[in-house]
Design a binder for this molecule. Structure first.
Ligand SMILES: [Mg+2]
Length: 412
């Protein structure tokens, strides 16, 4: 019933292990090897480490219950922005190996590896191992990978050897794997369908794959026929390269108790927002391809300017001109504003330079900001800022001269 070739196609499913907790650990070494869970903000466990799982703690449990079971557990607030930034970098690593990548969820992807054995001079298992090690080395998070001739089988495979496992399901060996998998554990088969299948004594994935197609068509709808074919090793569900996980920007905003209409102050606040957003982007080694500027008026209307950038960047100086023109396109003289904000969107790990960009200038700015980040990390985040954003702060306070300006508008 199954194919004779081992790899008619090679589809990989990459699934991060305890993803939220691993992102927290990668940014805070104190959490390594400890029982850790996220969800402090709502009082419900949303994600947990394998150590916590081993103690019997489960997702959805109340925080106080978890503490009763495991008093030493460290419970932290979820930081979804952080997780999505790790996610972008993980997908970018995958795209180095194959251009055909589907971002299935924040911590899961499908990719097509078919034909890459020749390019990498190694087996699909070894390619998967290299992908796994690259993600571990660069992001310090662990992923499990399933490789198989179809998406449905690859998705089953990534679960079989968690954490930090690799499972390669060759076409000839599919039946060995399927006999140990319950129908309700197949991707796309829900409780109701499983209950129906049980009535026909179809309990394992192998039972399901062994039915004749007539039976499947008689009792189930179209999506299940696709699952049935994929279980047998026939690839019919394509990799959707267009699907993107939704949240992909870094935003920083500032609200005012008293509405403001002074152009200089507003622009200064926006530059301040921009610096904070850029600092975060640099920390995660990401650059924006689009800059979004927004102003919220006293009567709660939001005006937004979206600027497509010629060069992906995370350097305030490079982005200031775009910020100003965006601001000028939405600012109105006789309106008061409650909030300013900046979002860095279409984040990427690549900083691509246009042929006409002044590369020297960009490199100088990059070096400068590396130094700025180091100083701010040592002496506090506000030690060095653009003069403009300081002036805004001081002007708002009613002081004539800024007393903490350290860096003038840098000319690079
Ligand atoms: Mg996962």
């Amino acid at each position: 019933m199954f194919s004779v070739s081992s790899w008619p196609k090679a589809i990989a499913h990459i699934d991060a292990d305890a993803f939220f907790v691993e992102c927290e650990r990668a940014t805070n070494p104190y959490l390594k090897d400890r029982c850790v869970a996220t969800g402090k903000e709502r009082g419900i466990i949303t994600a947990l480490s394998y150590e916590a799982k081993a103690k019997g703690i489960k997702r959805g449990m109340m925080v106080y219950e978890a503490k009763r079971i495991c008093p030493e557990i460290v419970i932290i607030e979820s930081d979804y922005e952080k997780y999505s930034l790790f996610s972008i970098r993980m997908f970018d690593i995958l795209r180095r190996f194959s251009p055909v990548v589907e971002e299935y969820s924040v911590d899961e992807a499908f990719m097509n590896l078919t034909g890459l054995r020749r390019l990498y001079h190694s087996s699909y298992e070894k390619i998967a191992k290299t992908i796994q090690e690259t993600i571990k080395r660069e992001l310090d998070i662990s992923v499990s990978i399933g490789i198989a001739p179809t998406k449905v089988l690859a998705k089953l495979g990534s679960k079989l050897n968690k954490p930090y496992g690799i499972t390669a399901i060759k076409a000839k060996e599919i039946h060995i794997y399927l006999k140990n998998i319950r129908v309700e554990d197949i991707w796309g088969i829900g409780k109701n369908t499983a209950a129906l299948l049980y009535k026909f004594n179809i309990k394992t994935a192998l039972d399901f794959a062994n039915q004749n197609e007539y039976f499947i068509r008689r009792y189930l709808s179209k999506p299940y026929i696709a699952i049935y074919k994929e279980l047998k090793g026939e690839s019919v569900i394509p990799i959707d390269e267009k699907s993107k996980t939704s949240y992909k920007s870094i935003s920083k905003a500032k609200s005012f108790h008293k509405a403001i209409n002074d152009k200089d102050i507003l622009l200064g606040e926006l530059i301040n927002n921009l610096e904070k957003a850029c600092q975060k982007a640099r920390r995660y080694k990401l650059a924006a391809k689009r800059l979004i500027v927004f102003l919220k008026t006293d009567d709660f209307k939001t005006y937004t300017a979206k600027i497509k950038l010629k060069t992906a960047s995370n350097i305030p100086n490079i982005l200031t001109d775009s910020l100003k023109s965006g601001f000028m396109s939405i600012y109105k003289e006789n309106t008061s504003y409650r909030q300013t904000g900046v979002a860095l969107a279409e984040l990427t790990t690549k900083t691509m330079y246009d042929l006409f960009d002044n590369i020297d200038r960009i490199k100088k700015a990059n070096n400068l900001y590396e130094a700025v980040d180091k100083i701010n990390a040592t002496y506090g985040t506000k030690t060095i800022r653009l003069a403009r954003s300081d002036m805004a702060v001081e002007k708002k306070k009613g002081r004539k001269k800024p007393n903490v300006t350290i860096m003038k508008d840098i000319k690079v």
